[in-house]
Design a protein around this ligand. Structure first.
Ligand code: SF4
Ligand code: SF4
Length: 501
């Protein structure tokens, strides 16, 4: 028997002078917070179910609603904080592992906010991006170490397969199943129109999206859900997922309640069965094993597609990346500890992994020291929030960035952090048909294109301010960065000077 000792986290404040009992909030809330009370003729709320997704607030026609954080909390102190006490009560009730979604919310350092960008003054003048050409195109894949000439003295142009991006940002892996059909449709269409890429995640590729293959990265994860020859051939690149920033060291878990209809067909698993991908790939226990899979995938696709290996940012990431670069992979994707997720054990999400900024700097430095930086491109994700984060990441050594949380925010996500429930009121992280249809894929596509267009303008402005006119000239150019409030060790790992130096 469980006893509920947990106070509601939010209060629903409804102004009676404005409420016209239209019951919109009742219809819009998948969590069943609002209800019309026949006896009193008024709306009442069950606040214990509220997740602060803001759907009711946004759609109330008379602006009668407000959701506020409740100040009714446990008696906390510096050691036993409210959330910690609440989690103990939850586990005492359920006996289960705590699950969370989206990225790590703990107040750990965000290094992007402690790094500042340079600007030209007097000498080496800035470039005006409105009047001068600026190159934001990026090619991802192996690059030759030097220019080679053929027997006729002409430059050899036969490069290994590359991904061409119109700007250095791609949509990161989000599986069909963890997000809805309409969310996937929005990402696929936007990537195709923008000339960038989106990523299937580990859920396979719905047959309706094969037409976006030229802008699709197909993922092969440890569960191998939805992986077959046609799938591998459909994408422009193949990503082997070894790890994910939000849950390094463990596999994935999509609850059976989300494995319905097309999701079950696309994943090639029975309806209602939990999709649990194992922590390791059961055929990979060494770099040699990884190399076998890299080349099996290249063989299966006639060496026409770059292979990406995605790992979580963990303690020994520089050595791990060095091994991956030697495995034959064309691109390494590194996911930092703030990376988002549809569902992850709370303890893992909040305590495992390292910041992407430090991981990226360490990897770029190591690959350069070993003379193999050109053997792979580096893509980083896990808390890229703005164009300035992108610029800082590229100056630290990345060739491009992955974004996911920013992309779902553009689709209407209000960061209620409740994706694991499957009841996303904004139609993004849900498979319930009545909720999925709330996200119009045409509007979703347009909003993603708007976001990326805005970021691309900002990237050009920041580059122009530095007097740099191409992403290639910015890549690894750490002289353009300065740290503020960082200690010697942090500056050394980041490979940047302190502001004022
Ligand atoms: S949506 Fe607004 S006006 Fe309509 S019932 Fe709810 S609180 Fe009242
Ligand atoms: S995707 Fe939906 S459920 Fe997940 S955080 Fe955003 S609004 Fe909440």
């Amino acid at each position: 028997m469980s006893i509920e000792y947990i106070f509601p986290e939010f209060e629903v404040v409804r102004r009676p002078d404005r409420c016209i009992t239209c019951r919109v909030c009742e219809r819009q809330c998948a969590n069943e917070v609002h209800r019309y009370d026949e006896t009193s003729g008024t709306m009442i709320s069950d606040e214990s179910k509220c997740v602060d997704c803001m759907r009711c607030v946004s759609l109330c026609p008379t602006h009668a609603l407000k959701i506020v954080k409740s100040d009714c909390t446990f008696r906390d102190n510096a050691n036993w904080q409210n959330d910690t006490i609440k989690e103990i009560h939850k586990q005492a009730n359920s006996g289960g592992v705590l699950l969370s979604s989206m990225g790590n919310p703990k107040p750990l350092p965000v290094y992007w906010d402690k790094i500042l960008i340079n600007a030209s003054q007097v000498t080496n003048p800035p470039i005006d991006p409105l009047r001068e050409p600026m190159e934001t195109r990026v090619f991802l894949g192996k690059k030759p170490k030097k220019v080679a000439l053929d027997s006729n003295g002409k430059i050899k142009c036969d490069l290994p397969p590359q991904l061409e991006l119109s700007m250095p940002v791609m949509f990161s892996a989000m599986s069909y199943g963890s997000i809805s059909y309409n969310a996937h449709a929005s990402l696929a269409r936007a990537a195709s129109k923008l000339g960038i890429f989106y990523n299937t995640g580990e859920g396979g590729l719905h047959e309706d999206f094969y037409c976006y293959g030229d802008n699709t990265i197909v993922q092969v994860a440890s569960g191998r859900f939805g992986v077959h020859e046609k799938y591998l051939s459909a994408g422009a690149a193949i990503e082997i997922k070894m790890g994910q920033g939000a849950k390094p060291g463990i596999g994935g878990h999509l609850p059976g309640t989300k494995i319905v209809g097309d999701v079950s067909r696309t994943r090639m698993i029975p309806e209602g069965s939990d999709a649990i991908s194992p922590a390791p790939h059961h055929d990979i226990y060494s770099i040699e094993d990884l190399r076998q899979l890299v080349f099996s995938l290249k063989e299966a696709t006639e060496y026409k597609k770059p292979v990406i290996v995605k790992v979580a940012a963990v303690h020994n990431i520089a050595a791990i990346a060095s091994g991956i670069a030697r495995s034959g992979a064309d691109i390494i994707a590194i996911d930092g500890f703030r990376g988002g997720t549809g569902a992850a054990p709370t303890r893992t999400r909040d305590n495992v992994g390292i910041p992407i900024e430090l991981a990226l700097a360490a990897v770029d430095q190591r690959l350069r020291e070993e003379g193999i930086r050109g053997d792979v491109s580096l893509v980083v994700g896990g808390s890229i929030r703005s164009a300035s984060d992108v610029v800082k990441a590229i100056a630290l050594g990345a060739d491009a960035c992955y974004i996911a949380t920013a992309a779902v925010l553009a689709l209407g996500c209000h960061l209620c952090r409740n994706c694991q429930s499957g009841k996303c009121n904004w139609g993004i992280a849900s498979q319930r048909p009545d909720l999925v249809k709330r996200l119009n894929p045409e509007i979703g596509t347009e909003r993603l294109i708007n976001l990326m267009t805005a970021w691309n303008h900002e990237i050009k402005e920041l580059m122009g301010g530095m007097g740099i006119n191409s992403i290639e000239a910015l890549c690894g150019n750490r002289l353009m960065l300065r740290g503020v409030g960082l200690n010697e060790k942090e500056l050394k790992i980041l490979g940047i000077s302190h502001a004022g130096e």
